[in-house]
Design a protein around this ligand. Structure first.
Ligand SMILES: Nc1nc2c(ncn2[C@@H]2O[C@H](COP(=O)(O)OP(=O)(O)OP(=O)(O)O)[C@@H](O)[C@H]2O)c(=O)[nH]1
Ligand SMILES: [Mg+2]
Length: 206
């Protein structure tokens, strides 16, 4: 397993330290089907070197792992991704990316434990994989936003059509993103935080 930097454990880097002003830490999970860009998102947005559990996809995966025409995808997450981002001086998000392949989905339950919210990353070339993912979040009552990762050859649909296809109520935010870009991934997380804030206000006694 390729725990980056696990054979020679590096010393702490100054940017890895939690800011001394941090008052609240929140756990967020990044979920989605195989190869939708979860590891890419955690990596692009994390301010610490992300921990990944990527395994090389080999001949043994042929017929099991379909890389959906992405020549650049050579590895898959087998346990989780982990990263961290400070949203303000006081608020820190811990990001947990789940494995996308169904054979590793049994790990999700542990990863969902204590999560305040989730980002569902979707690829419009394979919307059907999102149904199960969304169903599992709904079952567990984890609030989520949907981020459409814009792969260049993926069909573009109006948000309203995607909402209907995914059978999502009006209040759940759906936004487009490019998981490779830090600013875009951060936007997704900010959308989730605003959504969670609105939910908390709606639940608060008047
Ligand atoms: N063009 C484009 N490519 C992307 C984008 N996001 C990810 N990729 C590529 O898509 C491939 C899959 O990305 P990953 O981040 O490994 O996807 P994942 O969801 O973590 O995959 P699993 O862990 O195997 O489920 C990689 O080769 C990325 O470089 C994107 O926004 N645009
Ligand atoms: Mg991954």
């Amino acid at each position: 397993m390729d725990f980056k930097g696990s054979d020679t454990i590096p010393g702490p880097r100054s940017e890895d330290h939690l800011p001394h002003t941090a008052e609240a830490a929140v756990k967020i999970v990044i979920v989605g089907g195989f190869g939708v860009g979860k590891t890419t998102m955690v990596g692009s947005v994390s301010e610490i070197r992300p921990l990944t559990t990527e395994e090389t996809m080999t001949q043994a995966g042929i017929g099991v792992d379909d890389n959906f025409g992405s020549d650049t995808k050579t590895a898959t997450t087998v346990a989780m991704d982990f990263g961290r981002i400070s949203i303000t001086d006081q608020l820190v998000l811990y990001l947990f990316g789940t494995p996308g392949q169904e054979r590793f989905w049994f790990l999700w339950n542990g990863l969902f434990e204590g999560a305040l919210g989730a980002v569902v990353l979707i690829d419009t070339r394979r919307l059907e994989v999102s149904f199960d993912v969304i169903g599992r979040l709904e079952e567990r009552g984890v609030p989520f936003v949907v981020a459409v990762n814009s792969f260049p050859d993926a069909p573009r649909y109006p948000i309203a059509e995607l909402r209907t296809a995914l059978d999502l109520p009006e209040e759940i935010p759906i936004i487009e993103c490019d998981a490779r870009r830090r600013a875009s991934s951060k936007d997704v997380l900010m959308t989730l935080m605003r959504f969670l804030h609105a939910l908390a206000l709606a639940k608060a006694p008047a």
